[in-house]
Ligand binder design. Structure first.
Ligand code: C2E
Ligand code: MG
Ligand code: MG
Ligand code: MG
Length: 263
C-alpha cells in the first residue's frame, strides 16, 4: 500500500519497521540473557471444577524475572529465533520440578505446560519430557501439554506421531486457544485430545445473560466427542454461573485466580 502514498509515507513505514526490528533484537538479547542467567520464572494459574470450585490443576505461565514484558510479546520472538527450544526445555524441567515439590508435600496435582509448534517439531522433544519424568520420578499423568491448532499447519503426520507418543506416556493433551484461528472441527476427529480450552475472546463474545447458545453448543459437541472443556479468561461471577449452568467442566480466569509465583 505504501507505494501509492508517495515518498514520505514510504519513509515513515520504513522508520517504523526499523524501530520494530530494533525492539525485537532488544527482546532477543533479553531472552538470551535470561537463558544464561536464570532469568525466567514460572507462574501458576489455577483451573477449577465448575461444579465444586475445587482446584483440579494449574497452568504454568512463563515470566521474565526482571521485566514485565508479556509472553504474548516475547514468545513469538523466541519462536522466530529458535530460542524457544532452550526456553521450552527450561519450562518443562521447572514445571516437572514443581510437580515433584508438590508430590513431596503429598499433593498430587497436574500442571499444564504450553508448548509451541517449533518445540513439538524438535526431534528431541519427547526425549526431553521423558528425561525430566525419569530424573524427578514423577507420575506422567500429572503432566498436561497445551498445544494450539497451528501444530497441524506444516507436518501433520509428524505432529500426530509426537502427540500419540506423549499420550502413550500417560500425558494429557489439551487444545489451547480454541476459537481464535480457524478452529477446524476436523482436527478434533483425529487429534488425540483430552481437553479443549475455549479462548477468552470466544467467551467474551458469546457468554452473556441473553445468549450463550454458541458456547452451549460447543460444550455439547465436545461432550459427544468425550473431550473435556475448560473455559479460559473468566473474569466475572455471571460468566462463571452461566458456564456452570450449561455444563462446562472446568473454569480458569481472574475470577477464579490469577497466575502466581507459587501455590
Ligand atoms: P495461554 O496459554 O492461552 O494462557 C492464558 C493467558 O491468559 C495467560 O496470559 C493468562 O495470564 C491470561 N489470563 C488468564 N485468565 C485471564 C483473565 O481472566 N483475564 C485476562 N485478561 N487474561 C487472563 P500470559 O501468561 O500473558 O500468556 C500469554 C500466552 O503466552 C499464553 O496464552 C501462551 O500462549 C503463551 N505462553 C505463556 N507461557 C508459555 C510457555 O511457557 N511456553 C510457550 N510456548 N508459550 C507460553
Ligand atoms: Mg495455555
Ligand atoms: Mg489459551
Ligand atoms: Mg495462547
Amino acid at each position: 500500500r505504501a507505494k501509492f502514498m508517495g515518498k514520505n509515507t514510504f519513509i515513515f513505514f520504513h522508520d517504523e519497521m526499523t524501530v520494530k526490528l530494533r525492539e525485537n533484537i532488544e527482546i532477543e538479547n533479553q531472552l538470551v540473557k535470561a537463558i544464561n542467567q536464570d532469568g525466567f520464572a514460572l507462574y501458576y494459574q489455577p483451573v477449577v471444577d465448575a461444579k465444586t470450585k475445587n482446584i483440579v490443576s494449574y497452568e504454568a505461565l512463563l515470566r521474565l524475572k526482571d521485566s514485565n514484558l508479556s509472553p504474548a510479546k516475547f514468545i513469538p520472538i523466541a519462536e522466530e529465533t529458535n530460542l524457544i527450544i532452550p526456553i521450552g526445555k527450561w519450562v518443562i524441567e521447572e514445571a516437572v520440578k514443581q510437580i515433584k515439590r508438590c508430590a513431596n508435600l503429598g499433593k498430587e496435582i497436574p500442571i499444564a505446560i504450553n508448548v509451541s509448534p517449533k518445540q513439538l517439531k524438535d526431534s528431541m522433544f519427547v526425549f526431553t519430557v521423558q528425561k525430566a519424568i525419569e530424573e524427578y520420578q514423577i507420575d506422567p499423568r500429572l503432566i498436561e501439554i497445551e498445544i494450539t491448532e497451528n501444530i497441524m499447519i506444516e507436518n501433520k503426520a509428524e505432529a500426530l506421531n509426537v502427540l500419540n507418543e506423549l499420550r502413550k506416556l500417560g500425558i494429557t493433551i489439551a487444545l489451547d486457544d480454541f476459537g481464535v484461528g480457524y478452529s477446524s472441527l476436523n482436527y478434533l476427529t483425529y487429534l488425540p485430545i483430552n481437553k479443549v480450552k475455549l479462548d477468552k475472546s470466544l467467551n467474551d463474545k458469546f457468554l452473556n445473560a441473553n445468549d450463550s447458545k454458541v458456547i452451549e453448543g460447543l460444550i455439547m459437541l465436545f461432550k459427544s466427542l468425550k473431550v473435556k472443556v475448560v473455559a479460559e479468561g473468566i473474569e466475572t461471577e455471571e460468566q462463571y454461573n452461566i458456564l456452570k449452568h450449561i455444563g462446562c467442566d472446568y473454569i480458569q480466569g481472574f475470577y477464579v485466580g490469577r497466575p502466581r509465583a507459587d501455590f
